[in-house]
Design a protein around this ligand. Structure first.
Ligand code: ZN
Length: 448
């Protein structure tokens, strides 16, 4: 009897604990409304086909419905196509986050009789507002944006075999956009393979909805503070500028051209520079230089400096140190094979590098103090105006010999600036004229 009693008490206690726990869980469900995602693997097997789905469930029903619709679309079009054939469908997903915005990329890859077909969808969700967003809520898509996308993609894919129609300026080509921490990523599906092309938000700032995106005006392109301008230094620069003006001494500019050589455009530029007795610096890509030895030789013969822009324009920060140095050293060898000398100067693509790359490069890194954004403007007059309004003695100006508009704009600027007592020198001469020495493993944005 005593034993039964204590068992009874124990059961009562357990019940009370159970009830309390339940109340606690319920209340935490009510009060803890954080957004959550869960996934579950689902497999459907039929005698002919199989479907594997990584299903996402979130704490938001509207988002779940949106995801379900996408998954059903993929599933139904597979079922329509597979009919009595053998086939397999895999649906999975990936997501990125920018602040409160999730980009869920859902993809279905179907294999029917060894032919692959894929479908990609992106659904956006604002965690804070608990709302599914449309792409147009986030970014204004128009021709201007697409030209920026296009030139960045062309640049990014230049060593990859791809179907050029994928980059044509059309809505359908730029519909898969993912918003991550620092970059928007354009997803291109080339031959069923996914390529993700990052573009810094600052390049497309004016197209982003300010409600969601806070983009700083200027990207901080490197972490190396070697040439940081302190207030005192700024003052001495200003003093020097004043003195130069006063004595009517010549002022020096180093125009630099990246991403080439680009056949006709570079040739036209070289002709124009020669006519004006202006010298410049060309940061060439190894994979372009390798087939364009003649034009590289011409650059040297006509007094320009040939620097390296790495082999294939990869973002060095996304590579291992070994790979990054490979991109650099390989290009040095290619240039040395053409000119007899390894280049001294390197311009890292996008201005991206770290201390490790710099310290192991044995090169002098040249960034820029004036960014014409010629790749974005594609308008000779705008480029001309920007140059003449923004240059000062000792500046290094960033341009690309990829666009005829850049060539026209810079030549026009040279004609004008000549009358303002400017001289146009290559980077070696800029250091010489300023009595400065280009040190190895150091970065320069200007020489003043
Ligand atoms: Zn470049």
């Amino acid at each position: 009897m005593k034993k039964n009693n204590s068992l009874f008490v124990l059961i009562i206690i357990l019940c009370i604990i159970g009830i309390i726990t339940n109340i606690f869980l319920m209340s935490s469900n009510i009060f803890n409304k954080d957004f959550r995602i869960q996934t579950e693997k689902i497999t459907i097997n039929d005698k002919n086909y199989s479907i594997q789905i990584t299903q996402i469930y979130s704490s938001d029903e509207i988002l779940n419905n949106g995801i379900d619709t996408i998954i059903n679309n993929i599933k139904n079009s597979f079922l329509e196509e597979v009919k009595n054939d053998k086939g397999k469908l895999v649906i999975d997903y990936e997501y990125s986050k920018y602040k409160d915005i999730y980009s869920f990329h859902i993809r279905g890859i179907a294999n029917i009789k060894d032919i692959l077909k894929r479908k990609d969808y992106i659904i956006y969700y604002d965690e804070k507002a608990k709302k599914v967003l449309k792409q147009e809520d986030l970014i204004k898509k128009d021709y201007g944006l697409y030209t920026i996308f296009n030139s960045n993609c062309v640049d990014y894919l230049n060593d990859i075999d791809y179907d050029e129609s994928l980059l044509e300026i059309e809505d359908k080509n730029y519909s898969l956009l993912i918003f991550s921490n620092d970059n928007i990523h354009i997803i291109i599906i080339n031959n069923n393979e996914e390529i993700s092309i990052p573009i810094n938000y600052s390049y497309i700032k004016e197209y982003l909805n300010k409600k969601y995106f806070k983009v700083r005006d200027k990207i901080i392109k490197d972490t190396n503070k070697d040439v940081e301008v302190t207030p005192e230094r700024e003052e001495t620069i200003q003093e020097n500028v004043d003195k130069t003006e006063e004595l009517n001494l010549p002022k020096y500019l180093a125009f630099t051209f990246d991403d080439g050589p680009a056949l006709d455009i570079t040739t036209t530029l070289l002709d124009g520079l020669k006519e004006r007795n202006a010298k410049a610096t060309f940061f060439v890509l190894g994979n372009r230089a390798v087939n364009q030895g003649d034009i590289i030789k011409r650059m040297i013969e006509e007094g320009h400096v040939v620097g390296s822009h790495t082999y294939s324009h990869k973002n060095l920060l996304r590579l291992s140190l070994e790979e990054a140095l490979g991109e650099i050293n390989n290009t040095n060898d290619i240039i040395a094979n053409i000119t007899g000398n390894k280049p001294k100067y390197l311009r890292p693509p996008y201005g991206n590098y770290n201390k490790e790359i710099l310290n192991n490069s044995n090169m002098t890194f040249i960034l820029w103090s004036v960014d014409t954004e010629d790749w974005k403007k594609r308008n000779a007059d705008l480029i001309y105006e920007y140059i003449i309004n923004n240059v000062n003695d000792g500046d290094i100006v960033l341009l690309h010999d990829l666009y005829p508009t850049s060539v026209d704009g810079v030549l026009k600027a040279i004609d004008y600036l000549k009358g303002q007592n400017y001289r146009f020198v290559n980077i070696d001469e800029l250091f010489n004229k300023k009595g400065a020495i280009a040190e190895v493993n150091k970065t320069y944005r200007y020489v003043k």
